[in-house]
Design a protein around this ligand. Sequence first.
Ligand code: PLP
Length: 376
Amino acid sequence: MRIHLSRPDITEKEIEAVCAVLRTPNLSLGPKLAEFENAFAGYIGRKRAVAVNSGTSGLFLCMLALEIGPGDEVITTPFTFISSATTIMMAGARPVFVDIDPASLNIDAAKIEAKITDKTKAVLLVEVFGNPAGFDKICEIAQKHNLIVIEDSCEALGSTLNGKKAGTFGAMSVFAFYPNKQITTGEGGMILTDDDDLADICVSLRNQGRGKAGGWLNHERLGYNYRLSDINCVLGIVQLSRIDEIKAKRKQVAKWYQEMLADDNRLTVPAEPAGCDISWFVFVVRLADRFTLEQRDKVLETMKEQGIQVGNYFPPVHLQPFMVERFGYRQGDFPVTESVCKTTVALPFYNNLTKDEVAVVCRELKEALDKISPAG
Ligand SMILES: Cc1ncc(COP(=O)(O)O)c(C=O)c1O
């Protein structure tokens, strides 16, 4: 590959900090755990943060802590990474999809109320590609119907809507730290809440159901090993300390793309919605609606042949084979989602992508488009 889809940004500071932990006996459940949690809670502005070993584990523990289970329905989006929906199912509840708004790509507030039943317990909101647009309206609807809001902020570290940070909309919110994220711990996740009881349950659940008191072999509830080691935590501490620099670098890369692709009417290029300060996670352009899925896939293939790694974020969740088998979803069930999914091209996007590399990606994208439809 000439240009990768994503790359972590690890400096000597991170390397030294990880090595320093490796020189101590505290590789897990040591001092870096609380330090990372406190720094993270402080940055987002929430009372408690509970570190876990992935975003998926974090979302699943939210379901358990909120006692969402068999018989419950949770409203969410079919345009997301798979774990937004699977963690609802892992808890035994049913994901109920609401189609998306074609501008924000988040669930369409106007379509939520039609999906609320007496089984609906929560709404799981996802800041898709880091974008919280529309969350204020959706939270109002949830409140009106007494629904819990769970926030999957895995893609949105540092984004705001009208000055309100991603991760502060839900009763519980979750971030993720896989290496393509704004900050990475290698693997990892963080649960946030202002509710001490919910946080304490998550602390217990991530650590084999152990209680605050009691020994290593006392288990108060059915638990899991979803702990995040001190090696991961210290990496997170240093990365988080660089979040403003990271956000600025990503904003610059997004700006280059916006400038270089602005004049091509075959594309829709993402922009910051009114009221939002986006902490860019990925840069996903959309082909014009007249293009087919096959043409989009041809663009992806051509770019890959040229050494440019690109992605198809996201195929519709409801049309994944196991979802079709389990719930009987069909093509046409969520038309806006499906029409967006067939047009997306995720371009290489990371902190240290250079202006020259962005220019190469844009040139290759335009050439790939020329093969299916010359510029008009
Ligand atoms: C929206 C969303 N939810 C959940 C996750 C899951 O995070 P993890 O890969 O850490 O389990 C991701 C990660 O890609 C994500 O993008």
